[in-house]
Ligand binder design. Sequence first.
Ligand SMILES: [Fe+2]
Ligand SMILES: [Fe+2]
Length: 171
Amino acid sequence: MDLDSKLQNLLNEQINHEMSSSYVYLAMSSWFEETPYSGFAQWMYTQSLEETDHAMKFYRFLADRNAKVELMAIEQPSADYDSVLDVFKASLGQERRVTAQIHDLYSLADEVRDHETKNFLNWFLDEQVEEEKNVRDMIDRLELVGVNPVGLLQLDQEAAGRKPVAASGAV
Ligand SMILES: [Fe+2]
Ligand SMILES: [Fe+2]
């Protein structure tokens, strides 16, 4: 079944949203590179790679469905943050925006009765629950330690252990 044209456009936009996300996380990683928190830098770097991988999943899906892939310009990300907590709060905002985008995609796929796209999007629905949870957990603990350097360094060390989730194997 050919992809509905509106759905095709929205899936193409999602490639861009995921690549933009990847860029935002890379900017966050570079912000941490200038601080003592190499673990948080690692966390954001890993996150950036995962977002690129998400973009590749959308790319692959469009190509496999015989739809035209359209790549769009990626906006320059902000790298202006006040604190570790500030970066993670921005990350949560980023993930919530992406969750809303996936919901819009799912609603449209449902409307046009594209069951294959709905099935494809299920992975992303689960992924967004996981990502929002991970960031929220980190925010809760960052709020707990406040500006205590020992606590912050402990969380930083923990963040360094984050392993990338293998998705499409593209990166
Ligand atoms: Fe993503
Ligand atoms: Fe994400």
